[in-house]
Design a protein around this ligand. Structure first.
Ligand code: HEM
Length: 462
C-alpha cells in the first residue's frame, strides 16, 4: 500500500472504534514512562498507534492527535469546539490569568482584536533598531570570552538577549526593573508550572510548602514590578511608542472602554512568558544545528555576506535572506520551542474516524508531527532544503505548525521571526561557533523545548 493510501485508510476509520493507547499503571497510568522520557513516549506511541492515541497521566486521560488532518480540525476547521480550559494549562492559569494565551470565546476575541494591530509587520518594524542594539551589546560582551577561549552557555545568552528585547518592546526601557526581578521571577514560575504537571498529587499552591512559598514570592515580585510600571504610566498619553502604550491606549470599538489594570498586567505577563523563552530557544537550537552542519553554516554565511556585505541587517533585507529563513524553519521543525499544546473538547466530535467525547482533554505536538516519517522522509536529518517554496507547497498545511494555526495562531510570530533573522544574521557575521568538547546536549521538554544544559559554545571572532 502506498503511504498516501495507507494514510487515507487510517484517517477514514469507522466511528466508534476504540482509540488505541497503552494501558499503563493502575493509579499512575503512563506517568512513569512520561516522567522518564516524555518525547520518546509520544514519538514511540505515534509510531505504534498512528493518527490518534490515548494515554492516562495520573487521574486524567489525554487524547493525542498526530496527523495533520486531525491538527487542522482542532486548530482551524472546528476550533470553536476546542477551548483552552484544559488541565494542561492549569499550572499557568494563576500566572497568566485571562491573558490572550489562556482566554476563550468572546472575551478572547475582543482582546485579540485590541492587540492585533500592535503586532502587524509594519508596527513591529519599529523595533528593528532596538533589536540590533541589544544584539550588538551581547556580541561586544562576547569578545572577552572569545579571547580567553572560555565556553559560553548559549541558551543563557539567548535568554538574556530576548528578555532585554521583550522588556524594551513592552516598556521602552528597563525602567522600574533595575534588579532584573522580571527574568528571575519568570524562571522560578515556569519551573514550578512544569513540576506541577509532572506531579499531579503535589499539594496545591495555598499549602505553605517551601516550593509553594518560593512560587508565591516570585509571583509577588513579578506582579509588583509590572503593576508599578503600569501605575506610573497612568495619565501619560502614548508618548513611549511601546507595546504597553498600545495596550493602555486600546479601546473597545463599541463601549470605548480600555483594559482594567489587572487585565493589563495579565496581558503583559503573557507577552513576557509567551515571547521571550520561545524566541531564545529558536536561536539557540538554530546555532546548535549550524555548529554541527558546517555545509549549511557556510552556505548561510555566504548568503549573509552577499546580501549584507559587512553592514548591519535590517527589515528590508529579510526577503533576500532566503536560506537563512529556511535554516530557521528547519530548526523549528526539529526543535519546535512550543512543542506541545492542549485543548478541551466542548461537545462530542469526530476526528479521523474516532469519536471524541464531550469534555475530552486533547493534546497536539508539533514535535511529534514534525517527525512523522510519512510527512518528513528521514525525519531526524537536518535539511533546510525541505523549506524551498516548491517543497512547502507539496506538503499538508498542518504538517508543520511551530506557531500553531487557525484563529489562535501565535500573535507574535512576525516579531519572533524579525528578531531571530536579525540576530542570527548578525551573530554569524561576527562569530564562528564550535560546540565545546565533552558537553553533550540533552533535550528537556518543559513548557518549552529546552536544552538541559548549554549548548556550550567556543567562540571565535570572524
Ligand atoms: C519562536 C518563537 C515563538 C514560538 C515558537 C511561538 C509559538 C506559539 C504557539 C505554538 C502558539 C499557539 C499556542 C496554542 O495554540 O495553544 C502561540 C501563541 C501565542 N504567542 Fe507565540 N511563539 C513565539 C513567539 C512569540 C512572541 C515573540 C510573542 C509576543 C511578543 C508571542 C505571543 C504569543 C501569544 C500572546 C499567544 C496567544 C495567542 C492567542 O491565543 O490569541 N509568541 N505562540
Amino acid at each position: 500500500m502506498s503511504n498516501q493510501t495507507e494514510k487515507l485508510s487510517r484517517n477514514e476509520r469507522t466511528i466508534k472504534e476504540e482509540i488505541p493507547g497503552p494501558r499503563g499503571h493502575l493509579l499512575l497510568g503512563s506517568l512513569p514512562e512520561i516522567q522518564g522520557d516524555r518525547l520518546g513516549f509520544l514519538l514511540e506511541s505515534a509510531r505504534r498507534y498512528g493518527p490518534m492515541m490515548k494515554f492516562r497521566a495520573g487521574p486524567t486521560t489525554f487524547l493525542v492527535v498526530n496527523s495533520p488532518e486531525g491538527v487542522q480540525h482542532i486548530l482551524q476547521t472546528n476550533n470553536h469546539n476546542y477551548t483552552k480550559q484544559s488541565v494542561g494549562f492549569d499550572p499557568l492559569r494563576d500566572l497568566l490569568g485571562n491573558g490572550l494565551l489562556l482566554s476563550d470565546g468572546d472575551f478572547w476575541l475582543k482582546q485579540r482584536r485590541l492587540m492585533q494591530p500592535a503586532f502587524h509587520r509594519q508596527r513591529i518594524k519599529a523595533f528593528e533598531g532596538m533589536i540590533m542594539e541589544e544584539t550588538e551589546g551581547m556580541l561586544a560582551e562576547w569578545e572577552s570570552q572569545a579571547d580567553s577561549g572560555e565556553a559560553v552557555n548559549l541558551t543563557r545568552e539567548m535568554m538574556r538577549l530576548t528578555l532585554s528585547i521583550i522588556t524594551r518592546a513592552l516598556f521602552s526601557d528597563r525602567v522600574g526593573d533595575e534588579s532584573g526581578a522580571i527574568g528571575k521571577s519568570i524562571t522560578v514560575l515556569l519551573e514550578d508550572s512544569v513540576y506541577r504537571f509532572d506531579h499531579p498529587f503535589y499539594p496545591p499552591r495555598w499549602v505553605p510548602t517551601e516550593r509553594n512559598r518560593r512560587y508565591g514570592r516570585a509571583k509577588a515580585d513579578l506582579f509588583g514590578v509590572i503593576d508599578g510600571i503600569i501605575e506610573r504610566r497612568k495619565g501619560s498619553s502614548g508618548e513611549y511608542g511601546d507595546l504597553l502604550d498600545m495596550l493602555m491606549g486600546a479601546r473597545d470599538e463599541e463601549s470605548g472602554e480600555g483594559m482594567s489594570s489587572e487585565q493589563l498586567r495579565y496581558e503583559t505577563v503573557t507577552l513576557f512568558v509567551a515571547g521571550h523563552e520561545t524566541t531564545a530557544l529558536l536561536l539557540s537550537w538554530t546555532l546548535y544545528l549550524l555548529a554541527q552542519h558546517p555545509d549549511a553554516r557556510a552556505r548561510l554565511q555566504t548568503e549573509v555576506a552577499e546580501v549584507l556585505d559587512r553592514r548591519t541587517p535590517s527589515d528590508t533585507d529579510l526577503g533576500d535572506l532566503t536560506y537563512t529563513r529556511m535554516v530557521l524553519d528547519e530548526a523549528m521543525r526539529l526543535y519546535p520551542p512550543a512543542w506541545l499544546t492542549n485543548r478541551k473538547a466542548v461537545e462530542a466530535d469526530e476526528i479521523c474516524g474516532y469519536e471524541i467525547p464531550a469534555g475530552a482533554e486533547v493534546a497536539i505536538s508539533p514535535y511529534v508531527t514534525h517527525r512523522d516519517p510519512e510527512l518528513w522522509p528521514g525525519p531526524e536529518k537536518f535539511d533546510p532544503e525541505r523549506f524551498t517554496p516548491e517543497k512547502v507547497a507539496q506538503r499538508h498545511r498542518y504538517a508543520y505548525f511551530p506557531f500553531g494555526g487557525g484563529p489562535r495562531l501565535c500573535i507574535g510570530n512576525n516579531f519572533a521571526l524579525l528578531e531571530a533573522m536579525l540576530a542570527l544574521a548578525r551573530i554569524t557575521q561576527r562569530y564562528e561557533m564550535e560546540l565545546a568538547p565533552g558537553r553533550p546536549v540533552e533535550v528537556e521538554p518543559l513548557i518549552t523545548l529546552r536544552p538541559k544544559d548549554g549548548p556550550w559554545m567556543q567562540l571565535k571572532v570572524r
